[in-house]
Design a binder for this molecule. Structure first.
Ligand code: GLN
Length: 545
């Protein structure tokens, strides 16, 4: 009998938007995705964004920051691509493990299923098994029914061997979810100075490549340094089979936070909603976004803050920290000038010269011994000179080590991460973690509760007694020494209520000295600038005065 063929999802109400990239990498797919989601959210739709990364690592947790920049951490403890940070900062909605999928994870899951016998003796292949797994991951967020629209960003550039299975999965979904899908292709329209012209050919070729893979994009977002005039838009539209109003200009912006406004002016959200069969039901409510932009662009004062880290050549390594300063700066109506200082280049001899003139000092997170001495020297300088100090994760651990060495007189104090046999292991590993051999996913990861000491800097900043913050580390404050620290002026002002682990240390006699074992930067958003960053910038401003 002839089978009855139906499309699979007639009743599915979740809409799927795919964002692919062509011509070149680094065109800003993450920011375009986040901006589109912001506009849809401002029109009353609930949207989330997912990143599919074609590399074979299970997650970016074990990657060196020089590879892809910072590793972002979600509440549920997933180590993810830094684009998820942008999604959260724009939308003010937490992401989770489901929002970031890598090829490694896809294959791991398919191979586990094969070993379990789930495929009933079939030959396991890229199509359908890998593509089915990809489609399942895309729909996971849709199935939660929390979101009207799921935006899926495909990492890499169309034509890469690695991204082929993802593009194929998108092609299949477009067939299965015909009326519920929209594909946005982001391309580059380069300006040839010698010809004095913008060139559309790379875009045409990139779209041809997509067409060869079975995908007709609905919208083209064209990254350009110059205006895309109507003639050029018509030309691109004609060659690429898209409507003229679906050729969107994406000019280089002064700040990433301008991009939603630029996309609104180009009506990207309207074009996408139309394609999805949704109405642009309200005018987007972007008042608070605009107010933030206004504060960000018209600061009334400025401060110089030193960021001491060992990856300062690649600023993406500290993306969430630098963005948190933008949010906190705007909140204080103040421009934060970040001075990036390489911790390997700091010595007791030059620390005065290098750090003088700073209004605040932040010592960054990190792993391993490289640059640790410079970080400890920076802490000492901030502590002794009463300069507002903020230590994050390893930065907090350095503050503890510095205090132990120079105030408690424990000359040999260290973290067991670097000096396993030191006499005073003031930072050490939790017993449970000592036997773990694998490096991937073996840290204290994700959100943990923390109780704050009343009247501490932290509790005043948060205006709360209990908070939840995200972690990513193996080593902890060694509670055997807590009494000695507290008797001498470094106080544990935040502790985990279940384990007693020290999460925040402060020096109350100092104008503003706070070290956090967690990563506050991951939770700072445009709508909710992080209280500790806001308070630190404020203290730096006061110090300047
Ligand atoms: N390396 C330290 C630890 O694992 C700090 C980690 C960090 O700064 N994220 O405990």
């Amino acid at each position: 009998m002839r089978p009855v063929v139906t499309k699979f999802n007639m009743s599915n109400s979740t809409k799927y938007v795919f964002v692919t990239g062509g011509v070149a990498s680094s065109l800003g797919k993450g920011i375009i995705s986040a901006s589109l989601a912001k506009l849809l959210q401002a029109r009353g739709y609930s949207a989330t964004i997912q990143k599919l990364d074609p590399y074979i690592n299970i997650d970016p947790g074990t990657l060196n920051p020089y590879e892809h920049g910072e590793c972002f951490v979600t509440d549920d403890g997933a180590e993810t691509d830094l684009d998820l940070g942008h999604y959260e900062r724009f939308l003010n909605v937490p992401t989770s493990q489901a929002n970031n999928v890598t090829t490694g994870r896809i294959y791991q899951s398919v191979i586990e299923k094969e070993r379990r016998g789930d495929f009933l003796g079939k030959t396991v292949q890229i199509i359908p098994h890998i593509t089915d797994e990809i489609k399942e991951r895309i729909q996971l967020l849709g199935k939660e029914k929390k979101f009207d629209i799921v935006i899926t960003e495909i990492g890499g550039t169309v034509g890469d061997i690695e991204s082929l299975p993802y593009v194929e999965a998108v092609r299949q979904m477009m067939w299965e979810f015909e009326n519920d899908c929209c594909v946005i292709h982001l391309t580059l329209v380069p300006y040839l100075a010698a010809a004095g012209e913008l060139k559309t050919k790379p875009t045409q070729h990139s779209v041809k490549q997509l067409l060869e893979l079975g995908i007709q994009p609905d919208v083209l977002v064209c990254r350009t340094e110059h205006e895309l005039d109507l003639n050029l838009r018509k030309k691109i539209a004609k060659f690429c089979n898209v409507a003229v109003n679906a050729v969107i200009e994406s000019r280089d912006a002064e700040t990433i936070y301008d991009v939603p406004m630029l996309m609104l002016a180009e009506e990207l959200d309207k074009v996408v909603l139309e394609k999805l069969g949704l109405t642009a039901k309200t005018t987007p409510d972007l008042d608070s976004w605009k107010a933030f932009l206004d504060r960000h662009k018209h600061p009334k004062s400025e401060v110089n803050i030193g960021l001491i880290g060992k990856y300062v050549e690649l600023k993406d390594s500290y993306k969430s920290i630098s963005e948190a300063f933008i949010h906190a700066g705007a909140q204080n109506e103040c421009k934060v000038n970040l001075k990036w200082i390489h911790s390997e280049k700091l010595t007791p001899e030059n620390v005065d010269d290098e750090l003088s003139g700073l209004d605040g000092i932040l010592v960054a997170p990190g792993f391993g011994s490289r640059g640790i001495n410079g970080k400890i020297d920076a802490v000492r300088y901030a502590r002794e000179n009463n300069i507002p100090f903020f230590g994050i994760c390893l930065g907090m651990q350095c503050a503890v080590i510095e205090f132990a060495r120079n105030v408690l007189g424990f000359e040999d104090a260290h973290t067991t991460e670097i000096a396993e046999d030191c006499k005073y292991p003031v930072i050490s590993m939790m017993e449970e973690q000592k036997h773990i051999a694998n490096l991937g996913g073996t840290m204290r990861l994700g959100a943990y509760k923390c109780e704050l000491k009343p009247k501490s800097k932290a509790s005043m900043a948060y205006n709360s007694d209990v908070i939840s913050e995200r972690h990513r580390h193996r080593f902890e404050f060694n509670n055997d020494y807590l009494e000695q620290f507290e008797q001498n002026g470094m106080i544990a002002t935040g502790r985990n209520p279940d384990t007693g682990l020290v999460e925040i240390v402060e020096i109350p006699s100092h104008p503003w000295f706070v070290g956090a074992q967690f990563h506050p930067e991951y939770k700072s958003t445009v709508a909710n600038p992080h209280p500790l960053f806001v308070s630190f910038v404020k203290a730096s401003l006061e110090n300047k005065k």
